[in-house]
Design a protein around this ligand. Structure first.
Ligand code: GLU
Length: 345
């Protein structure tokens, strides 16, 4: 009798254990709970064309988030339309994070300066931090006879795709040079630009991206290129209206056949998130970005990307931080100016 009862109770115990295991498995499967009770947050990061710099940086960063967030973040880098399109997509709920230029992010957040956002502020965006300089490169073929900005008059000029930040940089520079209504604008991605410049379908291309930019490397590996200078007087004019421009040099040797330094202008790239991304997720995003920056640099061996560091994390920041990023910088003893403190804190 006793042994019979023991037989039943061990069956009951086994059944209960099986039910518990099934329930936990269903919880993990249905709710995204990882063992240990961590809820996994799905994070889509919008980048740019595969021939740009956002894409490889975003891809390397997503890998680090998956590796170091202990199951909290499941990140994916997606091809994106670049700055303007990325910000619109972010606020439309099509992603949780994005790379974007600091000038464009400012115009978006405050609803100012460029038609894309004037009177239409994108208040959903917050900054995680600054990444690296993005250089405005005006590329032509060396044998084209185009030597200065003025030579672009009458030419087919790729001015970025419709949702890019490149477009606004091209437009502002060409307007400052009195050339915007004299060129034939072509709206193309970096990938298309690489092909079309080689084939002679376009005469010149503007690219705003970390250097060396893959699209430009692709062109230079097949045909000798020239990069046009943005002269001092154009820089002065630009700076008055658009304070985010800084004067920079593309060093000789950046591309095959580029034998001299080229003076041009640059803006900065930033990592953005939507304001409603949980604070602990953004805290981890900031921490992993700056504490594992060396691993991004190893994977994306580009000169501009070497700039990513905690030391430069607020250089050129243009919109307020997300509370999660703010918490991380405070912990690191970095003084955040009032205008960049999270509006919700
Ligand atoms: N900054 C560029 C833009 O918004 C994209 C750069 C890149 O894809 O690396 O137009």
């Amino acid at each position: 009798m006793g042994s019979h009862l023991r037989g039943i109770s061990s069956k009951v115990i086994a059944a209960v254990i099986i039910v518990i295991i099934l329930a936990v498995a269903a919880g993990v499967f249905l709710l995204g709970f990882k063992p240990g009770g961590v809820e996994t947050y799905q994070l889509r990061i919008l980048t740019g064309s595969t021939a740009g710099t956002y894409y490889p940086v975003g891809t390397a960063y997503a890998k680090l988030l998956n590796q170091y967030s202990e199951g909290r973040i499941d990140a994916r880098a997606l091809e994106g339309k670049a700055s303007v399109g990325n910000i619109k997509d972010l606020c439309a709920g099509n992603a949780e994070a994005a790379l974007a230029q600091n000038d464009i992010s400012y115009y978006a957040y405050y609803g100012t300066t460029i038609e894309a956002f004037q009177g239409n502020p994108q208040t959903c965006i917050r900054a995680v931090g600054v990444l690296y300089p993005e250089t405005i490169q005006i590329v032509v073929l060396a044998d084209s006879g185009i030597k200065t900005l003025q030579d672009l008059a009458g030419k087919k000029v790729a001015v970025g795709n419709a949702g890019s930040g490149t477009y606004w940089n091209a437009r502002q520079i060409l307007e400052a040079a009195g050339l915007w209504d004299k060129i034939k604008p072509e709206y193309k991605t970096f990938k298309e630009v690489a092909e079309d410049l080689k084939l002679g379908n376009i005469d010149a291309a503007f690219l705003t991206a970390g250097i060396p930019t893959s699209a430009v490397e692709q062109i230079a590996s097949e045909k000798p290129i020239r990069i046009l200078e943005v002269p001092d007087e154009i820089y002065q004019k630009l700076k008055e209206k658009y304070p985010f421009y800084a004067q920079v040099v593309i060093p000789a040797g950046t591309y095959t056949g580029l034998n001299e330094d080229v003076k041009t202008v640059a803006v900065m790239s930033m990592l953005l998130v939507r304001a409603d991304v949980p604070e602990d997720v953004v805290y981890q995003m900031a921490k992993i970005l700056y504490e594992h920056a060396d691993e991004i640099k190893q994977q994306v061996q580009k000169q501009s990307v070497q700039y990513i560091s905690l030391e430069h994390a607020l250089d050129g920041l243009s919109i307020p931080l997300h509370p999660g990023a703010y918490k991380y910088f405070e912990e690191k003893g970095i003084k955040v100016p009032d205008k960049f403190k999270p509006p919700e804190s």
